[in-house]
Design a protein around this ligand. Structure first.
Ligand code: KG4
Ligand code: ZN
Length: 352
């Protein structure tokens, strides 16, 4: 099935065309990062206005790239898919309404996609070799500016939340540190770059907390405390450290970045370790913007090897928000709602 997918849950306006789950015919992403940079974070109203302005042009560009020279490219599309949640309400509404309009005008099915499921699907994009491989059950980690979730995937299209952050997402922890250290927005890439420039011992120079969630902490049913994480204390620890020892020069900032990043990577890998032990998993799939992090990729490689599971990481261009992952999971026949989707509204807190 060939599906046109739309993503507008946060600050990327994206449209893609994907065939049969993993063959990406086009993936166009308009990043709003420069619009939000002056505010040091995503401003919902700014995001939704930019989606309104850009979505039609991005869709036409994706279609032209997918079917060059085709007189009626819309005829080649068999269904329209879009992110229904989770995300920012006003941002989701733009892509979801645009998708509804297209589906009605073209007389094609509308497919509702959960953004988190799509991040976990992103590891398959451009890799038809993974079709039919013995990769299930799979442990998933979706780690971005909005989410840090550990997910059990017993079979294709089936997802069960095992645990997640109880406050900030890992990407947010990176972004807040960068803001505090004056490294600009978004912070992840800047912290990653500086950490890489520091000597190996810098990773252990300052001890930052790894955000354990106590066994007695009230959690929703089914979440395991050892698979939940809290990143808010980490940010406070950084603030306290910087107040006590204001960094002098780039090398000292780099040491802070390396130690801080080590705490985040340690927090994530320790939980994955707990989930992998005794889970009977055959693969570990990690998607989302933070999965671009060099130290995290390194640690995931070692972890997967130790546990004898296949490590599936998305290609860099599919780590951040994109529409190929939306069209991908939908064109594999794993999106929800089908016929009933036209009656659905967006759901900003759509659960996994
Ligand atoms: O998936 P994404 O593009 O958007 C959503 O939040 O859904 O993720 C963006 C997040 C930001 O917080 C950004 O700082 C982080 O991913 N990020 C990184 C790196 N590149 C992007 N974090 C750590 N290391 C990186 N290299
Ligand atoms: Zn995302």
């Amino acid at each position: 099935m060939t599906v046109l997918g739309i993503e507008s849950s946060c600050d990327e306006t994206a449209v893609a065309v994907v065939r049969d789950g993993d063959e990406v015919l086009a993936s166009v992403v308009y990043s709003q990062v420069p619009l939000h940079r002056p505010y040091g974070g995503v401003v919902p109203e700014v995001a939704s206005r930019a989606h309104v302005e850009k979505i039609r042009g991005v869709a036409e560009e994706a279609l032209a790239q997918a079917f060059p020279g085709e007189p009626d490219p819309w005829a080649k599309v068999e269904a329209i898919a879009a992110t229904r949640g989770p995300g920012l309400a006003a941002a989701l509404l733009v892509g979801w309404s645009f998708a509804k309009g297209l589906a009605l005008a073209l007389g094609k099915p509308l497919l509702a996609v959960n953004h988190m499921h799509a991040h976990l699907w992103s590891v398959r994009l451009g890799r038809p070799g993974l079709r039919g491989a013995a990769l299930w059950p799979q442990l998933g980690l979706a780690v971005s500016g909005g989410h840090t979730a550990f997910v059990d995937c017993p079979a294709p299209g089936r997802f069960r939340l095992l645990g997640q952050t109880i406050d900030d997402a890992a990407g947010e922890a990176f972004d807040k540190a960068a803001k505090l250290l004056g490294l600009g927005y978004p912070g992840g890439p800047a912290v990653d770059r500086l950490a890489r420039s520091a000597p190996p011992e810098a990773r252990r120079a300052i001890r930052f907390p790894e955000g354990r969630v106590s066994a007695g902490h009230p959690l929703p049913e089914g979440w395991r405390p050892e698979l939940c994480v809290s990143f808010s204390g980490l940010k406070t620890a950084l603030l306290t450290h910087v107040r006590r020892h204001p960094p002098q020069g780039e090398a000292e900032v780099a040491t802070i970045c390396a130690s801080y990043q080590t705490a985040i990577v340690g927090a994530l890998t320790r939980r994955l370790e707990a989930a992998l032990a005794g889970g009977g998993y055959r693969s570990l799939a990690v998607g989302g913007g933070v999965s671009l992090n060099g130290q995290l990729r390194e640690a995931l490689g070692a972890l997967a090897e130790r546990h004898g599971v296949a490590l599936l990481l998305a290609e860099p261009r599919y780590c951040g928000d994109n529409a190929a992952m939306i069209a991908g999971i939908a064109s594999a026949g794993l999106a929800g709602a089908g016929e009933g989707a036209l009656a659905l509204d967006v759901d900003p807190s759509l659960p996994i």
